[in-house]
Design a binder for this molecule. Structure first.
Ligand SMILES: [Zn+2]
Length: 260
């Protein structure tokens, strides 16, 4: 029976029956994989607290070639990002990233770039205190992750007629696949208006490494525009609203931003 050994991120962990846990790993080598950790719920479990989300681990699991569920053999922590759990807002955004990967990533479809992107985004979220900048990090992460999955929105030219020129692009049509010019915007009732500023932040965010995205000073309204554009794009192309995203909107995030 094949053995699978890889660095991995724990995306989700849930109880399975009386004593086991079902763990969703995002592995570096093989992509997303689910494994059963026998006896993980027991007090004296050999896994201890290692199967908690946000942990970077080294895992060994085994199972048949195309098995949906593997059996976990060992799981050792390589790194923890404790600051992610320091407050509820940061944790909610870290969750949103994990859930995004969980939904978008098919089982056993490796995505090394996506793996590195998730780790660097979590590090930046842990470092960043401002709610507005954390929101921007989350949205740019989503855009970048879509790109790693081959779903990059078109932002350079009109996705309707192909017309080039940044200044002319005044809307975003998820159905068309990205930015649209004034004419195509008016012809598409599903398109939303996106300001030149928000368009620029999306383009810049896609170009620069995650470590630099936190330095971008985007106002709250720009972040909201990006959020809306990304959300419509995800709905059109992934067709499911993320649970954590709904939570982020419903939970009353502080109006004043102490980190600004
Ligand atoms: Zn057009």
């Amino acid at each position: 029976m094949p053995l699978y050994e890889s660095a991995a991120i724990i995306l989700r962990s849930m109880r399975l029956g009386d004593s086991d846990k079902l763990v969703t790993f995002f592995t570096y080598k093989y992509g997303k994989m689910k494994a059963v950790a026998k006896g993980a719920v027991k007090t004296k479990s050999r896994y201890g607290g290692r199967l908690e989300p946000f942990n970077l681990v080294n895992m060994i699991a085994f199972g048949k070639e195309k098995a949906e569920l593997l059996s976990l053999n060992t799981c050792d922590i390589q790194q923890m990002i404790p600051a992610l759990c320091a407050n509820l807002d940061t944790m909610a955004r870290a969750w949103a990233c994990a859930e995004f990967v969980d939904h978008l990533q098919r089982d056993r479809d490796e995505n090394k770039e996506g793996f590195r992107l998730l780790v660097s985004t979590w590090r930046e979220l842990a470092r960043e205190k401002s709610n507005a900048r954390q929101d921007l990090l989350l949205r740019i992460f989503q855009l970048k992750y879509l790109e790693t999955a081959g779903l990059k929105p078109e932002l350079e030219k009109c996705s309707g007629c192909g017309q080039k020129g940044g200044g002319q692009l005044s809307g975003f049509s998820a159905r068309r696949g990205g930015a649209v010019c004034r004419g195509c915007f008016q012809a598409d009732p599903t398109a939303i208006r996106v300001s030149p500023g928000a368009m620029m932040f999306m383009k810049k965010g896609l170009e620069m490494p995650m470590e630099k995205v936190g330095r971008l000073a985007a106002g709250q309204s720009v972040v909201e525009e990006i959020e809306k554009a990304v959300a419509t794009f995800i709905q059109a192309h992934v067709r499911r609203e993320m649970r954590t995203d709904r939570f982020l909107r419903l939970s009353a995030l502080p109006v004043g931003d102490p980190g600004k």
